[in-house]
Design a protein around this ligand. Sequence first.
Ligand code: PHE
Length: 449
Amino acid sequence: MSTIQRDGFGSRFGVLVAVAGSAVGLGNLWRFPYMVGNNGGAAFIILYLAFVIVLCLPIMFSEFIIGRRTQSNAFGAIKKLAPRSGWLTIGVISVVASVAIMSFYSVVGGWTLDYIIKSFSPSFLTSDSSSLAGQFSGYTSSSVMPVVTHLLFLAISALIVVAGVKNGIERYSKILMPVLFFLVLLLAIRSLTLDGAGAGVEFLFKPDFSKITGKTALAALGQAFFSLSLGMGCIITYGSYVNKKENLFKISFISAFADTGFAILAGLAVVPAVFAFGISPSEGPSLVFITLPQVFAQLPFGQIISIAFFFILLIAALTSAISLLEVIVAFCTEELKWSRKGAVIATFLLIGFFGSLSSLSQGILADVKVFGKTFFDFFDYTSSNIMLPVGGLLVVLFVGWKMKVSDVYDELTSGATISLKGWIFKSILFIIKYVAPIAILIVLINSLL
Ligand code: PHE
């Protein structure tokens, strides 16, 4: 037990909202629709759903177990349970992955901010896709505005994080999440009632398994981990703020269910509309930004819907960004003994710098390559497709093979206050020990072939 008085979540609803708020973000509303579009539609979604159930849930339990058991940040948690061992890699990955993810996440968060402002101008919404594409690339490749909006997005997230868990994360998430849900629902309903939406629904739900390759499987795995905030200590860190009586299963199931529901809902909000207006689903990261304004332009109240949509994206991105920053800040305050404010400022400067590189890599730094990728793609690819799967693999191996079985049982039953049948516990342990690690390894190895 830590001797330092630690902050914690004030209520069950607060925990749920914060974990779901971390999970639901740009991953669902920006990344999921274009990953589905790029990787063959329904078959990708089925693989994604299978990964959520078979891999993500056990990893989420495992991260919660480690976090709540130790009441520490990801690095400190492993240090307590396995001092001076190779397992500390989990802690290292958590901090490095948070920095890497934030270094492109806050750039896209900045685009969102800019698109809210753009939406206020009536001339922004046009049916001319080449003008929208030109506008997007003109904006993202410029050297000033996107860097400024990235820093602004980062500053807002940092301000929320500085307020601490109860006053910052919990209070903001509580208000923002339900608003978000209703706005996306509204968009999905509108999108599904468009003429020609059927082709999009078919794309989303009629699988063609010949489209699945080793690379698309890894993309689905990375997307599932990214979307559920797994494999990088985020749930370990949030788990450390969860009170001892809370049922970890309940929180995990509800968060995973909410996140997956949001992703599918976002798919329903974006893809049918994209098909209805004859836009290509494989536009990539620009999909939401290039094609949706065109869709909005052809809708009644398009301008209001556009403002609302980019506002939703911003809210979702903020509740996720604060969870990413919290991983780094908890590490700095607990391991390095920095003040919370100092930790936030240092984090701001570091991510401010890397994020600027990532933003500039859309323009003047487009030719600077790290391992053959632009800064933006490098941060995205290495975090989602390498660090998160490896982090997730190590977490299940750690809980399955290194932690005491009695401790795992104690956490899963919240100190024997929740009844858990022996065979259910054994099955969960079996999945954590064998099924999840083997499945992750197969996907990782297969993607290299
Ligand atoms: N899950 C978040 C999203 O979907 C992103 C994220 C990844 C947040 C990893 C925390 C940790 O946008």
